[in-house]
Design a protein. Structure first.
Length: 119
């Protein structure tokens, strides 16, 4: 299983960024995909998640209305469109999935991509 994030960077408040997570090594279309973030000195938190089939989404309250998670099963890629960025969105963003094999659940993480929101 491999998850490779891209798209992070330095951006001014109010601007937008789109993160991408390219997945391989598992059946992407069958897997729930999520984005987490971790700011300095804080615990990692769930930002957004999207289910495998219906594409049902779920968001942290802090990003509702600003962030959109979506997936392209043909490209094995999940995206996080981030609009109206705020300084408090500054964090390392991680792509995540999990697989259940014979009753055991295995978590997989990407290497993370830094997002810095600053003027």
């Amino acid at each position: 299983v491999q998850l490779v994030e891209s798209g992070g960077g330095l951006v001014q408040p109010g601007r937008s960024l789109r993160l991408s997570c390219a997945a391989s090594g598992f059946t992407f279309s069958s897997s729930l995909m999520s984005w987490y973030r971790q700011a300095p000195g804080k615990e990692r938190e769930l930002v957004a998640a999207i289910t495998n089939t219906r594409g049902t989404t779920n968001y942290a309250d802090s990003v509702k209305g600003r962030f959109t998670i979506y997936r392209d099963n043909a490209k094995n890629t999940v995206y996080l469109q981030m609009n109206s960025l705020k300084p408090e969105d500054t964090a390392i963003y991680y792509c995540h999935t999990y697989l259940t094999v014979v009753g055991f659940t295995y978590d997989y993480w990407g290497q993370g991509t830094q997002v810095t929101v600053s003027s």
